[in-house]
Design a binder for this molecule. Structure first.
Ligand SMILES: [Cu+2]
Length: 163
């Protein structure tokens, strides 16, 4: 019940954000209008990524991330851009619950997130469709892991802030 309600709220927020007037789901959501007025202002989240103070390695990864509610239903799309990474390196990344100093786990299935493939210029990007919703009042962050074989080392991290 709660999860379904949140899905409708997220969908309405996305529709309003996109300036689109739509069909079946819009009609369904309008029945909840008095309760979703605030959520309708949700245009997503952003994060600025930098190396955590605990990081002692050679990479100097920085970047940004955005989270946009899905336009077509529940869930969200997260996009990350980094620079300063080792050329041709591969970095797993995720939206996590919690803060950079207090990881409370990946949001959605870890396999939703395709690792970032870094180019010769040290830059890379990736995008993930995640079938989980973020609690507007929740605490989330994006982190960039050192490699698939060194997930424990975080080369960059940043808190997600509501836009
Ligand atoms: Cu992660």
């Amino acid at each position: 019940m709660f999860a379904r309600h949140m899905a409708v709220v997220t969908a309405l927020g996305a529709l309003v954000a996109a300036g689109t007037v739509v069909s079946h789901r819009g009609v369904e959501a309008s029945a909840l209008a008095p309760r979703v007025t605030k959520a309708a202002a949700d245009s997503g989240w952003t994060a600025t990524l930098s190396a955590p103070s605990s990081y002692a390695g050679d990479e100097h990864v920085f970047g940004s991330a955005t989270v946009a509610p899905s336009v077509t239903g529940s869930g969200f799309t997260a996009t990350v851009n980094i620079a300063g990474a080792t050329p041709k390196s591969t970095h797993p990344w995720h939206v996590h619950k919690g803060t950079c100093g207090n990881d409370q786990g990946v949001v959605g299935g870890g396999s939703s997130y395709t690792p970032i493939k870094v180019g010769d210029d040290g830059k890379g990007t990736s995008s993930a469709k995640v079938s989980a919703s973020l609690d507007p009042k929740g605490s989330y962050m994006v982190n960039i892991h050192a490699s698939a074989t060194d997930m424990k080392t975080i080369v960059a991290c940043g808190p997600l802030t509501k836009q």
